[in-house]
Design a binder for this molecule. Structure first.
Ligand code: 6PG
Length: 644
């Protein structure tokens, strides 16, 4: 969408253009800034430009206009006095021309007030003489206020706006934020929300009305009108709760869709449901893209991390839009990639959330140890976390934790007023069931979910804590040393938490032949999402060399060193009555992976003893299943003892 504001000097093109840009979020350009040096020189000497002087400048602007349109639109302020000039600027079919007109005394008055402008007021006459009145576009009188002129222009832009390129269904927080993100990035967007009498009335139209300054945003309360407004192939993003609501919405949409149309599920659906929906929709010729979206409300509005999977052909059509709205990594590349077939996008998001659960829980455990084990104030803890961030341990979750430890309301820490019952919406449980299904150890996440479950029993906890006289006991000892142990323990738990998440992806990817690219997945998680961190940035390189973090040779030395810190810390914490579920589970997981002679021989012996489940001898090179008649041997053993 291109809007060109014309008029002679002093008509207020820049004022109107910048205000319009502020309200519509389309970028503003002043044509004067594109004059070649020779023209600027002439103008500053008061020499009027000839048509010949203007030609290369106009041509350059015409090229720019084509570029601007491709990148979502722009507002250009340009005197464009003659029709021939305007024809050159007409480089794209759809331009809104806004002509600012005013009486000479107002223009003279304004020019007199200007400072530091190379256009001497004397040139006004030649401009007024050159002005050729166009019989198209919007003609506005500069006597009016800039505010009301801009409102008129926005209304006109809205009416002119083409069919929407993308439609969003569901005006919850995420749907609304993504819609504004798209509109701001120059994507014509239609939004729809169901109409439920007395509960959800005029949600989408109301949302578009309160965001009138985004001319590319249209709201619909009628599904049929919403779909009709979309250009083909229709691209519809569902931002509604996971579960049956998705199937109902798909059912309602199907009569309006044609082969080749694209449905995207941007919610937190269970990936196996998404794979089934993918097959179902494929049988109807509809392309389905289950897409993980991370970053919460702020991310959705300013740049989320996007994890689309499913139909690869449809992904290509969507990519130009997705890359505009996604967060950018440190190299400026959009945090979006095609992750894999079927429900892979939702699978990846589910793993993201399980890492999120683990990260949140280990931070909670760490803060607890700092506040009640080391007896530090919330502000002191925040300071320590900020130091860790500065020392390379930065992560979004650690940053918001430091904020939470500082933010007060009525001089009280809000954190201490929050009931300690943690909620959850399901992705944690799904991750556990998936890990079990794919035979993948996932204990840190399991413990993070269990900790939330235990936290929910507030009444019982309160009662039992009295019966057991439970209270945290503060640690004795050198605080500096303790802090060092804690920092290293924290680093290691984070590594293990990420290791388990990526290991699950590895197992599922191999089993379902999804060919997931772990380095690329880590890259799209370096910004926009909840688990963005310095560690994630390191993982981009690590996964280029290795599918597993703990196999990464340069880290082995560090992990060995931090293992002792973690063991020390867990011992200290548990013996002082702190629950450290994720820390403990992480160390057990690590030891379970690196131990050569495990205790599992005892398990095998017991299984064979009571159930003849057989075992393999470690001195049998063939690895054959063997059963021992344990009772017979026991009898022999007893007889031998008796004989002695
Ligand atoms: C994100 C989050 C988000 C998730 C919430 C709530 O990446 O933006 O993962 O998608 O829904 O964090 O999850 P729980 O309610 O299960 O904690």
């Amino acid at each position: 969408m291109i809007c060109i504001v014309t008029g002679v000097s002093g008509s207020g093109k820049t004022t109107i253009g910048t205000l319009l840009s502020k309200k519509t979020h389309l970028p503003f350009f002043d044509a004067d800034d594109f004059h070649p040096g020779t023209n600027v020189e002439k103008m500053s000497q008061g020499i009027p430009l000839t048509d010949h002087d203007r030609m290369p400048w106009l041509q350059h602007l015409a090229n720019k206009i084509q570029d601007w349109e491709k990148s979502g639109g722009a507002i250009l302020a340009c005197s464009a006095l003659k029709e021939t000039y305007r024809q050159i600027l007409h480089a794209v079919p759809d331009i809104l021309w806004v002509h600012l007109q005013g009486e000479r005394p107002i223009l003279e008055e304004r020019l007199k007030k200007r400072q530091n402008h190379y256009m001497p007021p004397g040139l006004l006459n030649s401009q007024i003489d050159a002005w050729e009145q166009p019989d198209y576009g919007l003609h506005l009188d500069i006597k009016d206020t800039p505010e009301s002129m801009v409102n008129i222009i926005i209304e006109k832009l809205r009416l002119k706006s083409p069919n929407s390129h993308i439609g969003i269904i569901g005006m919850g927080v995420m749907g609304k934020s993504l819609a504004l993100n798209m509109a701001e990035n120059g994507i014509p967007i239609a939004v729809y929300n169901r109409f439920v009498v007395g509960k959800e009335e005029h949600i989408a139209t109301g949302f578009a009305a309160t965001n009138k300054h985004f001319p590319l945003l249209k709201g619909f309360d009628e599904l049929a009108l919403f779909v009709q407004n979309l250009e083909s192939p229709k691209k519809i993003l569902l931002m509604i709760p996971a579960g049956e609501a998705i199937d109902h919405q798909i059912g309602d949409l199907l009569p309006f869709l044609q082969k080749g149309d694209i449905l995207i599920d941007g919610g937190n659906s269970f990936f196996e449901d998404s794979s089934k929906r993918y097959d179902y929709l494929a049988s109807k010729g509809i392309h389905f893209l289950p897409m993980g979206v991370s970053g919460g409300e702020e991310g959705a509005r300013k740049g989320p991390s996007l994890m689309p999977g499913g139909n690869a052909e449809a992904y290509e059509l969507l990519f130009p839009y997705l890359q505009k709205i996604a967060a950018k990594d440190k190299n400026g590349k959009a945090c979006v990639t095609y992750v894999g077939p079927q429900g892979a996008g939702h699978f990846i998001k589910m793993v993201h959330n399980s890492i999120e659960y683990g990260e949140m829980q280990v931070i909670a455990e760490t803060v607890h140890l700092l506040r009640y084990g080391m007896k530090l104030s919330a502000v002191e803890v925040a300071k320590i976390l900020r130091n860790w961030i500065a020392e390379g341990l930065s992560s979004y979750l650690l940053e918001i934790t430091a904020d939470i430890l500082e933010i007060q309301e009525n001089e009280e820490l809000i954190l201490d007023k929050i009931l300690d019952k943690a909620g959850q919406k399901g992705t944690g449980n799904w991750s556990i069931s998936t890990a079990l299904k794919y035979n993948t150890p996932y204990s840190p996440l399991f413990e993070a979910v269990t900790a939330r479950q235990l936290s929910a029993n507030k009444e019982e906890r309160t009662q039992l804590s009295k019966e057991y006289s439970h209270r945290f006991r503060a640690f004795a000892g050198d605080k500096v040393l303790l802090l060092d142990h804690l920092k290293n323990a924290f680093r290691l738990v984070r590594i293990i938490n990420h290791e388990t998440g990526f290991d699950l992806m590895h197992k599922v990817s191999s089993s379902l032949h999804w060919n997931l690219n772990f380095s690329e997945i880590a890259r799209i998680w370096t910004n926009g999402c909840i688990i963005r961190s310095k560690l994630m940035e390191d993982l981009v390189a690590i996964f280029q060399e290795n599918p597993s973090i703990i196999h990464h040779k340069p880290l082995v030395g560090k992990i060995k060193e931090w293992k002792s810190d973690l063991a020390y810390l867990i011992g200290l914490g548990l013996s002082h009555d702190f629950a450290l579920p994720v820390m403990s589970a992480s160390l057990n997981y690590l030891l379970g992976r690196i131990i050569e002679a495990s205790s599992a021989n005892m398990i095998q012996a017991q299984r064979d003893y009571f159930g003849a489940h057989t075992y393999i001898r470690n001195d049998d090179p063939k690895g054959l299943a063997k059963h021992t008649d344990w009772l017979l041997l026991k009898e022999k053993h007893q007889n031998k003892d008796n004989a002695l």
